[in-house]
Design a protein around this ligand. Structure first.
Ligand code: MRU
Length: 364
């Protein structure tokens, strides 16, 4: 997508061979582009959320393996890199998917062939993500088109949570892709953007990217969604996901579950944009089996913003020493989900729906 009219991906390899990312900790206030030079930097970038969003975490891990293979392509190095990168964040399954994919591809090769093969596969994983998201956009567009038609061409109001936009992926975003496609198709779309405490990915990233692309939107506090739905102001919800189980339970940013409950209570369709690398075919019960990342309490007791002089600052909002809990994700049970928008089409959030959509991937 574009920043100031210039096309960007969220991660790319320069002609010099250097891997670069947009360091998302500074957005929307500063556009900082930084190189990731070694395995330790890739691990820090994922753990400390210079990059974030399930698909981008996966693509970053793939490039991290490639950088490591350049220096040491031994079996031990490949194994150790899997471990070091895998332990950075526990919830988004795309991380494990990408590391497994790189290992499966590289392990059978002679050591001398691994560096070139690793760069090639990492680039493919990034390109595949872009294509998957583009297709999710086309399938999601059909739903938005239908709602617009039902409303006689009237404005379609969409609520989204967190940032499942292009900065969370290599490009397009998952939840935002149908929105961008709808805007391109000339449909009148308006987006309600949940701020998404504690890290405010909605306020900082989704609002930023929608603004950059001229998409009509309002930033709302996390607790406003239920009220808007009750008053008929939301036509549909689209969110992303960090891990969706084989039976369609959806793990996503904390607060997604409450939005799904409010949507169900108010008859608002609740859709999840789901790229296939985000499906965990080994898990059936999302609530019991998905590890939920617990992040530092300081993310709850403090907020980041910009002061009058334009400097990015962090301010404390609670009394000194206030204890805080910070589960970063929650699980929305499949029965609250209207449909999963995948790159192959839309299916019900159920083992039957997913198995019919991905007969080549389903296990056991
Ligand atoms: O903690 P984050 O910012 O990595 O969480 C991101 C989300 O929860 C996104 O909604 C999810 O990864 C889907 S991104 C296409």
């Amino acid at each position: 997508m574009k920043i100031d009219g210039k096309p960007y991906r969220s991660i790319w390899r320069e002609a010099s061979g250097e891997v670069r990312i947009i360091d998302q900790r500074w957005l929307p206030h500063e556009l900082r582009i930084v190189p990731l030079r070694d395995r330790a930097e890739f691990a820090a970038a994922i753990r400390d959320m210079w990059v974030r969003g399930a698909p981008l975490i996966g693509a970053t891990a793939a490039y991290g393996v490639a950088v490591q293979m350049q220096g040491d392509a031994s079996d031990a190095s490949l194994r150790e890199t899997w471990e070091v990168l895998h332990e950075t964040r526990p919830t988004a399954i795309n991380l494990k998917w990408a590391l497994d994919e790189m290992t499966r591809h590289l392990a059978p090769l002679p050591v001398t062939e691994r560096p070139a093969a690793a760069w090639a596969r990492a680039a493919e994983i990034a390109d595949e993500d872009v294509e998957i998201n583009r297709r999710i956009g086309e399938h999601g567009l059909a739903i938005i088109r239908e709602i617009a038609a039902r409303k006689g061409g009237g404005r379609v109001n969409i609520l989204t949570h967190c940032n499942a936009g292009w900065p969370a992926t290599v490009d397009w975003g998952t939840a935002t892709s149908p929105i961008y496609h709808a805007v391109e198709a000339g449909i009148d779309v308006h987006v309600f953007v949940d701020e998404t405490r504690p890290r405010n990915q909605g306020a900082q990233l989704t609002a930023w990217e929608l603004n950059s692309h001229g998409v009509s939107h309002d930033l709302i506090v996390d607790n406003a969604g239920g009220h808007l739905m009750q008053h008929g102001e939301v036509d549909m919800v689209i969110v992303g996901t960090d891990r969706t189980t084989a039976n369609g339970d959806v793990c996503n940013k904390i607060g997604t579950y409450l939005k799904a409950l409010a949507a169900k209570a108010n008859g608002v369709p609740f859709y999840v944009a789901l790229p296939s690398p985000t499906i965990d075919w080994t898990v059936k019960d999302g609530v019991k089996e998905i590890p939920i990342e617990e992040r530092a309490g300081s993310e709850v007791t403090h907020v980041q913003g910009r002061d009058a002089a334009g400097r990015v600052i962090c301010v404390q909002i609670s009394p000194d020493g206030t204890p805080a809990r910070n589960p970063a994700f929650d699980v929305t049970p499949a029965h609250l989900v209207t449909g999963l928008i995948t790159e192959r089409g839309i299916c019900t959030a159920s083992s039957e729906g997913l198995a019919a959509m991905f007969p080549d991937r389903v296990r056991g």
